[in-house]
Write a protein that binds this ligand. Sequence first.
Ligand code: CA
Ligand code: CA
Ligand code: CA
Length: 506
Amino acid sequence: MTCNPHRVSRVHAPHRTALAACLCLVLQATAAATGKGAGTFLVTSAADAGPGSLRQAILDANGAGGGTVAFAIDDDCLIVIAPLTPLPTVTVPLVIDGLTQSGSSPNTSTLAYDAQHCIVLNSNISHALRLEPPAGTTITVRGLGFDNFNTAAIEVEGAGAAHIEGNGFGGGFTALFNGFATSAIRVVDAPGTVIGGDTPAQRNVVGNALGAGIFLGLGGPRTVRNNLVGIGVSGFSNIGNNVGIDLVDAYGTLIEGNSIGHNDSFGVRVAMPTFSRASAAKGGPEFYNRIVGNLIGYSPVPNGSSRDAGNTTNGIRLTSGANIQVLDNTIAFSTNDGLNAQAAVQAARISGNRFLRNGDQAIDLNPNGVDPQDEDTVPGPGANGTQNYPELDSAVGDALAGTVRGSLTTRSGDYTVEFYSNAACDSTGHGEAENFVGAIDVNVPFAPIPPGDKTVDFVAPVQAGDGESLAGGVIVALAHDASGNTSELSACVAYTDTSLFADGFE
Ligand SMILES: [Ca+2]
Ligand SMILES: [Ca+2]
Ligand SMILES: [Ca+2]
């Protein structure tokens, strides 16, 4: 049993709204009694308004308190809906499901995007959809294509959550293709919002926005997972936004498992609000913004190789905030620095990432350029207190495993030193960080080190990953304190392969 007021309204009559509502109540009561849930509002016309239109379906759903908007337009793919004004704000728990249109199908690819979007919204107006989910409820938008809106294709603002999954934004899904004047997706507040999801079917493609592809404003927590951002349906083509994912006063954000490339300024930019910086500094992980396990500027292709999908300027730009977690990403082919942290950033933990082929430094803490080492007796000015990086003296072993000797000069406390191998040293002389090869904990004691001498020597094992070799390359290291304040990368030390000597310099 479904609740379908617009079909009732087709009967016409001046009282159709009342009649529809009345019948709908009866039908919903029946549905509730049979446990089948809220009603379905069917879209049977691509017209901007009137019976069977998407606009009418949303009006009816709002009036009925929620349900599902499904599509059954009697036409072949591709069907363009061009709203003349923004569609009615959705204010009820609702699923708008483009996959219900015959011919539509979800993405099945892990590296690319093969979804078929038969319903595409395309109009040169401020926005297509505005979602205002009430507290404790979710509004889902699934399986639609979007092009050519000025503020955002989808705006979200409310106390409840939005799930935006399996949609194509600016990916060339219509013949008349213009991208977005500002953002594709714009979210303010709306805690619990998820853009993308765990499965290939939930992946969105987000591109060709002149502002941010995904803009997350004040509020949190929210998740952006497993999307292609600035990367087209092939999995490597260029549909760059200006900024891929832009966090402006967002907190508690998880950006995980996305491919983010070809964006014209930054792949990801983070500017945290003052209040959450203060709270996060007190240790509240609910405020942390986390960037985990993304491919940034680096597109794997099905034959096992990869392509340059570099973001112009930086893969990641950290503008302000505390306790930002940058973990286990690959950050490559940026025009300038791979990760650039501005002076207001503190306790940014940068750990387990691969950096390769970035035009300038892999990690650049402000001030710009490789930071000079100092005594680190107090946190210096600049990002992460300008935490000193380790000094490496030697790296020796065979192709698979060896020993690195070096030192760290810094304040008393607990530190972790991470080691990375590279085929060759970066042009900056520091980094980059192609393969993680080991880590050790280092303690700089309070005593009996004499004042002014805070240097601790270390000897650390390093080991090549599966199928990799340390021979002929260089080793670099970074250090971070217990709060996450992470250094730039050290100068390179050549790796001496003793197996060559054993074999007589063959
Ligand atoms: Ca470089
Ligand atoms: Ca620097
Ligand atoms: Ca320093």
